[in-house]
Design a protein around this ligand. Structure first.
Ligand SMILES: NC(=O)c1ccc[n+]([C@@H]2O[C@H](COP(=O)([O-])OP(=O)(O)OC[C@H]3O[C@@H](n4cnc5c(N)ncnc54)[C@H](OP(=O)(O)O)[C@@H]3O)[C@@H](O)[C@H]2O)c1
Length: 313
């Protein structure tokens, strides 16, 4: 079986390639550049999905894992952020889906985001039946991509992950690990939220499993590690694995929100203070089982952070 993986050099793409190779798949990875170094053991093709026709890259493919996307933009300097997200996440997905139809691939799996439902869950975990309510250009572009994909390839499978962490993680999760390691005092002890996350090994396994589970065809799934934690609990658990207790002190969350609003950092504060919980029972209902617990995922992430294990090869 030949799998084509877009975004093969990305954080999630590397893990999906590794998981596929472990199960004996042939893997053709698509990437825009050779940096970072592509995963070992795959056939790599360079392709910019926004500018080039993906038709030849899909020749002979049985399954497409579409993981490439514009994400993790901490400081957006593009002139029109909405257009940049739309081009990378929606237009490119539609073009790839049309090419997949022509190539006759049997399964198409797409990495969307839990943020399609919004930034904060309504006092209970989101389910796939909750109405989409994207709130930023990134999640708007993903929701748009989902709808176009359903129109072109009704049997595709869409996964909506929350924050993904694991060896090789960057952005905010890496920042949190650095803050814990340095013992920086964090005013988050009074935060009583609940957030779902997913270990990259679980997400990669879910993608690969869904490619072969007949009941996953044509479905959209929220995916998570299945154990939700508050922000202080997450920091404490990271601290335990790092042998550096997190330095947490109490401060009313309302004051933190006010301070963040004044500093123009409200979205960042909402991610630390608010709840975003997902109900992933639907994907378990079609037969997927998580290989890792949250604790195992955090342990592997800290081992990588400490230089004791490599990012996914
Ligand atoms: N990580 C998370 O927490 C998370 C959560 C929810 C959903 N997701 C989704 O999961 C997918 C993978 O995320 P990730 O964390 O692995 O992101 P990542 O590390 O930034 O990887 C994204 C990959 O997509 C490639 N790409 C972007 N635009 C492209 C284009 N026009 N043509 C070809 N390749 C292009 C990037 O290549 P370059 O290196 O050349 O830019 C990169 O290899 C994304 O679709 C993301 O939206 C991620």
């Amino acid at each position: 079986m030949l799998a084509v993986v877009t975004g093969a050099t990305g954080f999630v793409g590397r893990a999906v390639c590794a998981r596929l190779l472990k199960s004996g798949w042939r893997v053709r990875g698509l990437a825009r550049t050779l940096r970072p170094q592509p995963p070992q053991g795959i056939e790599l093709r360079l392709l910019d999905l926004e500018r080039e026709d993906p038709a030849t890259a899909l020749e002979g493919a049985d399954v497409v894992f579409h993981l490439a996307g514009r994400a993790h933009i901490l400081e957006d300097t593009s002139r029109d952020p909405g257009a940049a997200f739309q081009s990378a996440n929606s237009e490119a997905t539609a073009q790839l889906a049309h090419a997949a139809v022509k190539a006759g691939v049997s399964s198409f799996l797409f990495a969307s985001t839990a943020k399609v439902h919004g930034e904060e869950s309504p006092g209970r975990p989101f389910t796939e039946r909750d109405a989409p309510a994207p709130q930023d250009p990134y999640s708007h572009s993903k929701w748009d991509a989902e709808q176009r994909l359903r129109g072109i390839l009704p049997h595709s499978t869409i996964l909506r992950p929350p924050l993904v962490y694991g060896p090789g993680v960057g952005a905010n999760f890496l920042r949190l690990m650095k803050l814990v390691e340095r013992g920086i005092p964090l005013p988050l002890a009074s935060v009583n939220n609940r957030r779902s996350m997913i270990f990259v090994g679980n997400l990669a396994d879910c993608f690969v499993s869904c490619a072969t589970l007949p009941a996953a065809s044509g479905r959209t799934f929220l995916v998570s590690d299945g154990e939700d934690v508050s922000t202080p609990q997450l920091l404490q658990r990271l601290g335990t694995h790092m042998n550096t207790p997190a330095n947490l002190w109490p401060c009313p969350p309302s004051l933190l929100r006010f301070g963040a609003t004044v500093l123009g950092k409200r979205p960042e504060a909402d991610r630390l203070l608010g709840s975003l919980q997902l109900d992933s029972s639907a994907v378990l209902g079609v037969g997927w089982r998580r290989p890792y617990s949250l604790e195992e995922g955090l342990e592997q992430t800290v081992l990588w952070y400490r230089g004791k294990s490599p990012p996914t090869q």
